[in-house]
Write a protein that binds this ligand. Sequence first.
Ligand code: COA
Length: 248
Amino acid sequence: MNAILATEPEAGVLSLCLNRPEKRNAFDRELYAALIEALERADRDAEVRVLLLSATGDCFSAGNDIVDFLAEPAQGRRTDPPLALLRAMRSCRKPIIAQVDGKAVGIGATLLLHCDLVYASDRAALVFPFVALGLSPEGGSTQLLPQLAGHIKAFEWLVLGEPCRAEAAAQAGLVNAVVPAHRLDETCLNAAKRLAALDPEAVQRSRAQLQRASGLELDTLMQAEMDQFEQLLEREAAQQALQAFVRR
Ligand code: COA
Protein backbone atom coordinates (compact mmCIF):
# COMPACT_ATOMS: atom_id res chain seq x y z
CA MET A 1 0.00 0.00 0.00
CA ASN A 2 1.33 3.47 -0.90
CA ALA A 3 2.09 5.56 2.19
CA ILE A 4 1.08 8.65 0.22
CA LEU A 5 -1.70 8.71 -2.35
CA ALA A 6 -0.84 11.32 -4.97
CA THR A 7 -3.08 12.43 -7.82
CA GLU A 8 -1.90 13.73 -11.18
CA PRO A 9 -1.78 17.53 -10.95
CA GLU A 10 -5.12 18.97 -12.09
CA ALA A 11 -5.27 22.65 -13.01
CA GLY A 12 -2.02 23.07 -11.05
CA VAL A 13 -3.30 21.37 -7.90
CA LEU A 14 -1.52 18.25 -6.63
CA SER A 15 -3.32 16.30 -3.95
CA LEU A 16 -1.20 14.34 -1.44
CA CYS A 17 -3.05 12.11 0.98
CA LEU A 18 -1.51 10.44 4.06
CA ASN A 19 -2.52 6.84 3.66
CA ARG A 20 -1.94 4.78 6.80
CA PRO A 21 -5.45 4.80 8.20
CA GLU A 22 -5.05 1.54 10.13
CA LYS A 23 -2.48 3.35 12.32
CA ARG A 24 -4.39 6.64 12.18
CA ASN A 25 -1.78 8.02 9.76
CA ALA A 26 0.97 7.86 12.38
CA PHE A 27 4.26 8.90 10.78
CA ASP A 28 6.64 5.97 10.64
CA ARG A 29 9.93 6.28 8.75
CA GLU A 30 8.27 5.16 5.51
CA LEU A 31 5.52 7.79 5.69
CA TYR A 32 8.04 10.55 6.49
CA ALA A 33 10.23 9.50 3.56
CA ALA A 34 7.28 9.22 1.17
CA LEU A 35 5.94 12.67 2.06
CA ILE A 36 9.37 14.31 1.84
CA GLU A 37 9.94 12.71 -1.56
CA ALA A 38 6.50 13.79 -2.79
CA LEU A 39 7.18 17.38 -1.65
CA GLU A 40 10.55 17.44 -3.40
CA ARG A 41 9.08 15.98 -6.58
CA ALA A 42 6.24 18.51 -6.55
CA ASP A 43 8.72 21.31 -6.06
CA ARG A 44 10.53 20.29 -9.26
CA ASP A 45 7.36 19.74 -11.29
CA ALA A 46 6.40 22.92 -13.17
CA GLU A 47 2.86 21.62 -13.57
CA VAL A 48 2.33 21.74 -9.80
CA ARG A 49 1.36 25.15 -8.45
CA VAL A 50 -0.35 24.19 -5.19
CA LEU A 51 -0.15 21.19 -2.84
CA LEU A 52 -3.20 19.97 -1.00
CA LEU A 53 -2.36 17.74 1.98
CA SER A 54 -5.13 15.56 3.38
CA ALA A 55 -5.45 12.16 5.06
CA THR A 56 -7.35 8.93 4.65
CA GLY A 57 -9.88 8.06 7.35
CA ASP A 58 -11.26 10.08 10.22
CA CYS A 59 -7.98 11.00 11.92
CA PHE A 60 -5.65 13.45 10.16
CA SER A 61 -2.58 12.00 11.89
CA ALA A 62 -1.74 10.35 15.23
CA GLY A 63 1.72 11.92 15.14
CA ASN A 64 5.06 10.19 15.23
CA ASP A 65 4.86 6.41 15.24
CA ILE A 66 5.37 5.49 18.88
CA VAL A 67 6.89 2.11 18.03
CA ASP A 68 9.55 3.95 16.00
CA PHE A 69 10.24 6.23 18.96
CA LEU A 70 10.92 3.17 21.11
CA ALA A 71 13.18 1.44 18.58
CA GLU A 72 16.86 2.25 18.22
CA PRO A 73 17.21 3.86 14.75
CA ALA A 74 19.44 2.05 12.24
CA GLN A 75 21.14 5.40 11.62
CA GLY A 76 20.85 8.99 12.76
CA ARG A 77 18.52 10.21 15.49
CA ARG A 78 14.86 9.41 16.09
CA THR A 79 13.98 13.05 15.58
CA ASP A 80 15.75 13.33 12.19
CA PRO A 81 12.68 12.36 10.10
CA PRO A 82 10.26 14.88 11.69
CA LEU A 83 12.82 17.66 11.45
CA ALA A 84 13.57 16.74 7.83
CA LEU A 85 9.85 16.82 7.03
CA LEU A 86 9.33 20.28 8.55
CA ARG A 87 12.38 21.59 6.71
CA ALA A 88 11.13 20.11 3.43
CA MET A 89 7.79 21.83 3.98
CA ARG A 90 9.45 25.15 4.70
CA SER A 91 11.82 24.99 1.76
CA CYS A 92 9.18 23.83 -0.72
CA ARG A 93 8.49 26.72 -3.11
CA LYS A 94 4.89 25.71 -3.75
CA PRO A 95 2.21 26.68 -1.23
CA ILE A 96 0.78 23.91 0.93
CA ILE A 97 -2.87 23.75 1.94
CA ALA A 98 -3.84 21.38 4.77
CA GLN A 99 -7.22 19.71 4.95
CA VAL A 100 -7.77 18.56 8.52
CA ASP A 101 -10.55 16.22 9.51
CA GLY A 102 -10.50 14.59 12.96
CA LYS A 103 -7.52 14.71 15.28
CA ALA A 104 -4.11 16.05 14.34
CA VAL A 105 -1.74 14.84 17.06
CA GLY A 106 1.95 15.55 17.75
CA ILE A 107 3.87 16.17 14.54
CA GLY A 108 0.49 15.89 12.77
CA ALA A 109 -0.49 19.11 14.55
CA THR A 110 2.92 20.78 14.49
CA LEU A 111 3.26 20.41 10.73
CA LEU A 112 0.10 22.49 10.29
CA LEU A 113 2.04 25.49 11.62
CA HIS A 114 4.20 25.22 8.48
CA CYS A 115 1.35 25.12 5.97
CA ASP A 116 0.14 28.21 4.13
CA LEU A 117 -3.60 27.68 4.47
CA VAL A 118 -5.33 25.31 6.88
CA TYR A 119 -9.00 24.30 6.68
CA ALA A 120 -10.55 22.11 9.36
CA SER A 121 -13.77 20.24 9.82
CA ASP A 122 -15.88 21.04 12.86
CA ARG A 123 -14.76 17.75 14.44
CA ALA A 124 -11.05 18.53 14.04
CA ALA A 125 -8.71 19.17 16.99
CA LEU A 126 -5.00 19.81 17.30
CA VAL A 127 -3.42 17.85 20.13
CA PHE A 128 0.12 18.34 21.44
CA PRO A 129 0.56 15.41 23.89
CA PHE A 130 4.31 15.77 24.32
CA VAL A 131 4.61 16.63 28.00
CA ALA A 132 2.25 13.85 29.11
CA LEU A 133 4.66 11.52 27.29
CA GLY A 134 7.67 12.95 29.11
CA LEU A 135 8.66 14.87 25.97
CA SER A 136 8.64 18.53 24.89
CA PRO A 137 7.10 20.54 22.04
CA GLU A 138 8.77 20.65 18.62
CA GLY A 139 8.74 22.23 15.19
CA GLY A 140 8.87 25.85 16.25
CA SER A 141 5.62 25.50 18.18
CA THR A 142 7.15 27.02 21.33
CA GLN A 143 7.49 30.26 19.39
CA LEU A 144 4.66 30.10 16.86
CA LEU A 145 1.85 29.21 19.25
CA PRO A 146 2.55 31.92 21.88
CA GLN A 147 2.93 34.44 19.04
CA LEU A 148 -0.52 33.56 17.76
CA ALA A 149 -2.43 32.77 20.92
CA GLY A 150 -0.41 34.26 23.79
CA HIS A 151 1.53 32.42 26.48
CA ILE A 152 -1.32 31.06 28.57
CA LYS A 153 -3.26 29.43 25.71
CA ALA A 154 -0.02 28.08 24.25
CA PHE A 155 0.87 26.66 27.66
CA GLU A 156 -2.57 25.05 27.99
CA TRP A 157 -2.18 23.31 24.62
CA LEU A 158 1.55 22.56 24.68
CA VAL A 159 2.17 21.70 28.33
CA LEU A 160 -1.19 20.74 29.81
CA GLY A 161 -1.99 18.91 26.54
CA GLU A 162 -5.56 20.26 26.30
CA PRO A 163 -6.88 19.68 22.76
CA CYS A 164 -7.10 22.84 20.68
CA ARG A 165 -10.49 22.35 19.04
CA ALA A 166 -11.20 23.59 15.54
CA GLU A 167 -13.10 26.73 16.58
CA ALA A 168 -10.42 27.75 19.10
CA ALA A 169 -7.76 27.06 16.46
CA ALA A 170 -9.57 29.35 14.03
CA GLN A 171 -9.91 32.07 16.68
CA ALA A 172 -6.19 31.86 17.40
CA GLY A 173 -5.32 32.04 13.70
CA LEU A 174 -4.03 28.47 13.43
CA VAL A 175 -6.82 27.54 11.03
CA ASN A 176 -8.33 29.69 8.26
CA ALA A 177 -11.86 28.34 8.46
CA VAL A 178 -13.90 25.61 10.09
CA VAL A 179 -16.56 23.94 7.99
CA PRO A 180 -18.87 20.94 8.39
CA ALA A 181 -17.01 17.74 7.50
CA HIS A 182 -19.09 17.18 4.35
CA ARG A 183 -18.00 20.58 2.99
CA LEU A 184 -14.29 20.22 3.71
CA ASP A 185 -13.24 18.75 0.32
CA GLU A 186 -15.06 21.46 -1.59
CA THR A 187 -13.70 24.27 0.62
CA CYS A 188 -10.11 23.10 0.22
CA LEU A 189 -10.41 22.51 -3.49
CA ASN A 190 -11.86 25.97 -4.04
CA ALA A 191 -9.01 27.58 -2.12
CA ALA A 192 -6.48 25.46 -4.02
CA LYS A 193 -7.97 26.46 -7.37
CA ARG A 194 -7.98 30.15 -6.44
CA LEU A 195 -4.34 29.91 -5.45
CA ALA A 196 -3.43 27.94 -8.58
CA ALA A 197 -5.07 30.58 -10.78
CA LEU A 198 -2.62 33.24 -9.53
CA ASP A 199 0.72 33.87 -11.20
CA PRO A 200 2.93 31.06 -9.79
CA GLU A 201 6.08 33.18 -9.79
CA ALA A 202 4.37 35.88 -7.70
CA VAL A 203 2.92 33.27 -5.32
CA GLN A 204 6.22 31.45 -4.87
CA ARG A 205 8.24 34.62 -4.33
CA SER A 206 5.69 35.87 -1.81
CA ARG A 207 5.79 32.56 0.06
CA ALA A 208 9.60 32.64 0.10
CA GLN A 209 9.55 36.18 1.42
CA LEU A 210 7.16 35.20 4.23
CA GLN A 211 9.41 32.24 5.07
CA ARG A 212 12.51 34.43 5.12
CA ALA A 213 10.88 36.78 7.62
CA SER A 214 11.04 34.06 10.30
CA GLY A 215 13.71 31.96 8.54
CA LEU A 216 17.02 31.43 10.29
CA GLU A 217 15.74 32.10 13.78
CA LEU A 218 12.95 29.52 13.43
CA ASP A 219 15.33 26.96 11.98
CA THR A 220 17.70 27.38 14.92
CA LEU A 221 14.79 27.08 17.35
CA MET A 222 13.49 23.91 15.63
CA GLN A 223 16.94 22.34 15.98
CA ALA A 224 17.14 23.30 19.68
CA GLU A 225 13.63 21.93 20.33
CA MET A 226 14.57 18.62 18.69
CA ASP A 227 17.84 18.38 20.65
CA GLN A 228 15.85 18.69 23.86
CA PHE A 229 13.19 16.26 22.60
CA GLU A 230 15.92 13.73 21.80
CA GLN A 231 17.36 14.03 25.32
CA LEU A 232 13.95 13.56 26.89
CA LEU A 233 13.29 10.52 24.69
CA GLU A 234 16.22 8.76 26.33
CA ARG A 235 14.80 9.25 29.82
CA GLU A 236 12.94 6.59 31.74
CA ALA A 237 9.80 8.76 32.04
CA ALA A 238 9.33 9.00 28.27
CA GLN A 239 10.23 5.36 27.65
CA GLN A 240 7.63 4.25 30.20
CA ALA A 241 4.91 6.53 28.82
CA LEU A 242 5.55 5.36 25.25
CA GLN A 243 5.64 1.70 26.35
CA ALA A 244 2.34 2.22 28.15
CA PHE A 245 0.69 3.32 24.87
CA VAL A 246 2.03 0.30 23.00
CA ARG A 247 0.94 -2.13 25.75
CA ARG A 248 -2.52 -0.66 26.39
N1 COA B 1 2.09 5.36 16.80
C1 COA B 1 1.90 4.07 16.50
N2 COA B 1 0.68 3.49 16.40
C2 COA B 1 -0.38 4.28 16.63
C3 COA B 1 -0.26 5.63 16.96
C4 COA B 1 1.04 6.18 17.04
N3 COA B 1 1.25 7.48 17.29
N4 COA B 1 -1.51 6.13 17.15
C5 COA B 1 -2.37 5.14 16.93
N5 COA B 1 -1.68 4.01 16.61
C6 COA B 1 -2.25 2.70 16.30
C7 COA B 1 -2.80 2.00 17.53
O1 COA B 1 -1.77 1.34 18.24
C8 COA B 1 -3.80 1.07 16.89
O2 COA B 1 -3.09 -0.01 16.32
P1 COA B 1 -3.68 -1.54 16.42
O3 COA B 1 -5.03 -1.46 15.75
O4 COA B 1 -2.68 -2.34 15.69
O5 COA B 1 -3.78 -1.82 17.90
C9 COA B 1 -4.36 1.89 15.74
O6 COA B 1 -3.37 2.87 15.43
C10 COA B 1 -5.65 2.60 16.07
O7 COA B 1 -5.44 3.34 17.24
P2 COA B 1 -6.62 3.65 18.26
O8 COA B 1 -6.01 4.32 19.44
O9 COA B 1 -7.40 2.41 18.48
O10 COA B 1 -7.51 4.68 17.40
P3 COA B 1 -8.55 5.75 17.92
O11 COA B 1 -9.25 6.25 16.70
O12 COA B 1 -9.36 5.22 19.06
O13 COA B 1 -7.66 6.95 18.52
C11 COA B 1 -5.82 8.54 18.50
C12 COA B 1 -6.83 7.73 17.66
C13 COA B 1 -4.92 9.27 17.52
C14 COA B 1 -6.57 9.55 19.37
C15 COA B 1 -5.03 7.57 19.42
O14 COA B 1 -4.59 6.49 18.64
C16 COA B 1 -3.82 8.19 20.07
O15 COA B 1 -3.94 8.96 21.01
N6 COA B 1 -2.61 7.84 19.55
C17 COA B 1 -1.38 8.28 20.15
C18 COA B 1 -1.05 9.66 19.68
C19 COA B 1 0.23 10.19 20.28
O16 COA B 1 0.43 10.26 21.48
N7 COA B 1 1.09 10.64 19.37
C20 COA B 1 2.24 11.43 19.72
C21 COA B 1 3.53 10.78 19.55
S1 COA B 1 4.81 11.91 20.00
